[in-house]
Write a protein that binds this ligand. Structure first.
Ligand code: PSZ
Length: 495
């Protein structure tokens, strides 16, 4: 029943191919979507509330916003169990590349050959299915950042970063050994968590960064106390991430000075830790700090960071878990930075559907079972990703992102002039946009009122609201968002 309903959801890719730059035809890309949001009950509605209490008897459920009807959700619209239809600019924490129930993805499931991939989950490190290298090539490697030919799949974003860190540590130690074999003492000491088998190596991270919640990467996460409280942390170097003044054109000098200050801290931390023998094996950074409040840094900052990292013999690990997959108008956000050399690692998850990382060949582990786990990713996710990438290319979705991003940014800029008390520091690349409100309370009020008007958005950082639509979000959807947003702004009291 759900499927027949979804047959009305048709892509107009052939039409779109003829007129790729024509914004008018972009609005026809998805048929079968509602013409706009509709809200019938308070959110969460009565059915959601009942289900939340039911779930709460089984597990802690106080974060649940509402229960979703995944049969009815379609394209850019999420539909809750009470029948409320919301334009979704949060998309499952920025992890839905093509919106809900995309017909091309549903077709992947209907193919009997594919069904076997869904039910026979392999241990990829031991028994990959035939065609696996070709699948990796047509999907992940077809969109690899320039200079990358090696990819390792993992389950989630945290796990991808954990393993990139481990690969960086092994690479660093291997350099130190200078080709000497691993000693018996190293093998026995590591079993007791002591030197020389266990190293004192570190990963440098940035204030405001987020790289996951598992215990290793959590030491590099610095966005909110709630993520870290009560968990033991590693004493690793932490530098400041630039905090710019907006509009950027007006504060060019101040922002350049901010870059210099943060880069000087990176140099100081390298020196401090390397001198004390706690060698910095890697530097991990997001191209835009997302959970930490959508903090952007300049291409020059990243170029210089790459130079300093290399000079100090460490690996640059770019965490594209949230920024990757097309939302910035390029497949990888760091492509906007024109780095002189490829990053050593680029980690991904979310919109890529599978976790994992690209790494340069020198980071291949020296022995088997060093970067390893039961599943090492999930072929059915890669099968879906293969289709997602095909649709992105076929429907020219990156140019849609650019067009919709411009519409969003222009609209937000305009709001920041007309409602300066509520909309400040507008920033974004592609549809990866955000602004600051005047306080956390005001930001939460805007998110709540947007929901009442049928817009699902999300907060980030202390006082920011982030916009994270799917790649099928078109300029026409941006208009709907902006119209509802203005209605909300008119209702928000200044104090
Ligand atoms: O509260 C949470 O646990 C959230 S809310 C958003 C995320 C996590 N983002 C995940 C994330 C990320 O944004 C970056 C830049 N790096 C790593 C991660 C971790 O990914 P997962 O959640 O898949 O482990």
């Amino acid at each position: 029943m759900a499927l027949s309903r979804l047959n009305t959801f048709t892509t107009k890719s052939s039409l779109f191919r003829q007129l790729p730059q024509n914004a008018k035809c972009l609005s026809n890309l998805i048929l079968g979507e509602p013409s706009g949001p509709s809200v019938k009950t308070p959110i969460p509605g009565p059915k959601s509330k009942e289900m939340i209490s039911e779930l709460n008897t089984i597990q802690f459920a106080n974060t649940v916003i509402y229960f979703t009807d995944y049969n009815k959700s379609i394209g850019n619209y999420i539909v809750d169990v009470d029948g409320n239809v919301l334009l979704d600019v949060y998309t499952q924490i920025s992890s839905l590349p093509l919106g809900y129930n995309h017909p091309d993805l549903l077709k992947v499931l209907q193919d009997p050959d594919n069904q076997r991939t869904f039910i026979n989950r392999p241990s990829l490190g031991l028994f990959p299915g035939q065609g696996w290298p070709q699948k990796l090539t047509s999907s992940l490697l077809s969109v690899a950042p320039k200079g990358h030919s090696q990819v390792t799949t993992m389950a989630c974003g945290s796990c991808s970063n954990e393993n990139a860190f481990k690969a960086a540590f092994m690479w660093y130690r291997n350099k130190q050994r200078g080709g000497a074999p691993i000693t018996e003492e190293e093998n026995t000491s590591c079993m007791m968590n002591v030197a020389p088998g266990s190293t004192p190596f570190t990963i440098m991270s940035f204030k405001g960064g987020f790289h996951g919640r598992t215990i290793g990467v959590l030491s590099t996460t610095h966005s909110k106390a709630i993520h870290k409280l009560d968990i033991p942390a590693l004493d690793w170097p932490i530098a400041s991430f630039p905090r710019y003044k907006y509009p950027l054109e007006e504060f060019a000098e101040e922002n350049k000075a901010e870059d210099r200050k943060c880069l000087a801290e990176v140099e100081e931390e390298f020196e401090r830790f390397n001198k004390s023998g706690r060698f910095v094996a890697g530097v991990v950074i997001e191209p835009v700090q997302a959970e930490g409040g959508d903090n952007h840094a300049s291409p020059e900052f990243f170029q210089e960071l790459q130079r300093i990292t290399k000079k100090n013999g460490a690996a640059l690990i770019i965490d594209e878990v949230q920024t990757g997959g097309g939302a910035t108008g390029k497949y990888w956000c760091h492509e906007h930075f024109h780095l002189p050399e490829p990053a050593d690692f680029v980690t991904f998850s979310k919109k890529m559907l599978t976790g994992g990382y690209y790494s340069l060949p020198e980071f291949r582990p020296q022995q088997g079972y060093r970067i390893f786990n039961t599943w090492m990713g999930e072929p059915s996710k890669v099968l879906l990703l293969d289709k997602v990438i095909e649709v992105i290319k076929r429907d020219n979705l990156l140019s849609i992102v650019q067009a919709s991003g411009k519409k969003l940014m222009d609209g937000l800029m305009d709001m920041s002039k007309r409602y300066p008390q509520h909309v400040k520091n507008v920033r974004g690349i592609g549809t990866f946009c955000a602004f600051d409100s005047s306080s956390a309370e005001k930001r939460d009020e805007i998110v709540a009122k947007l929901k009442e008007k049928g817009i699902q958005s999300g907060g980030c950082g202390d006082l920011s609201l982030r916009i994270r639509p799917a790649l099928v979000f078109q300029p026409y959807h941006a208009d709907i968002f902006l119209e509802k947003f203005e209605k909300v702004l008119k209702k928000i009291k200044t104090f």
